[in-house]
Ligand binder design. Structure first.
Ligand code: PEP
Length: 248
């Protein structure tokens, strides 16, 4: 039985004032059946970890470097995130794949760095609009899943987030059948490669999840929760998504 996960990605949003929203999330989240994660900007990880301390909300980073240390100006290592109080890190978000030309091999290396520092890697995969419209969705998702997920992946150290690029921040959401098709495909590929661990790895849907569509998405087979961008910035929205997942 996989535990459900409601994960928020604050992206490049939030200064100290935003921590009030996190406080309001800690008041609703409980650990009965749903895990809750907020991935803050790196500047807030330490303070967010303090704010969420003792609550059911875990704190994550949004990226880490593959190396442990060295001459990489502006980058952050997995060890630094762990030291600041993070328990998770997003790897391979499509905005990093595009903005920073991250390849599947780089993302796998970052995910391995996460494992080496006891961080759970939330590995993102998903097709572009052009890829969907030309019928390549499962090929693209399968290739990214294979190339971005290390051989050492387990249910304990890895979460996969299926995020169609065209659904991120656009208000567009795939049909429930389209979500089911991709999630069932990802589950089959994970089981083929990792056996029982492939059953244990959670698969989140991400892309324009809101309080108004969360319940129907959470009812889709092999959807173990969501990675939420915009709607994770306001506690009123994200708490409603947590509740929808609790009830799913
Ligand atoms: C994301 O950035 O991972 C995301 C899913 O964003 P949004 O929910 O805003 O579409």
């Amino acid at each position: 039985m996989r535990r459900k996960l409601a994960a928020g990605n604050w992206k490049m949003n939030g200064t100290a004032a935003q921590l009030a929203e996190l406080t309001a999330m800690t008041e609703v989240a409980n650990t009965e059946q749903t895990d809750v994660l907020i991935c803050t900007p790196a500047t807030l990880v330490n303070r967010a970890a303090d704010t969420a301390s003792g609550s059911a909300v875990a704190i994550g980073g949004q990226d880490c470097h593959a190396n442990a240390s060295g001459a990489h100006t502006g980058d952050i290592s997995a060890a630094m995130l762990a030291d600041a109080g993070a328990s998770h890190v997003i790897t391979g978000h499509s905005e990093r794949r595009v903005d920073h030309a991250e390849t599947d091999a780089v993302i796998a290396a970052k995910s391995e760095a996460a494992y080496a520092n006891d961080l759970i890697a939330v590995i993102c995969i998903g097709e572009s609009l052009q890829e969907r419209e030309s019928g390549q969705t499962l090929d693209v998702v399968g290739t990214q899943l294979q190339g971005s997920t290390p051989d050492a992946a387990t249910g304990a150290n890895t979460v996969i987030a299926y995020e169609p690029v065209w659904a991120i921040g656009t208000g567009k959401v795939p049909t429930l059948d389209q979500i089911a098709e991709v999630h069932d495909f990802i589950r089959a590929k994970l089981v083929e490669r990792f056996g029982a661990e492939g059953e244990a790895i959670r698969v989140l849907y991400g892309g324009s999840v809101k309080p108004s569509n969360a319940s129907e998405i959470f009812a889709v087979s092999n959807v173990d929760g969501a990675l939420v961008g915009g709607a994770s910035l306001k506690a009123s929205d994200f708490n409603a998504i947590i509740s929808a997942l609790d009830e799913a």
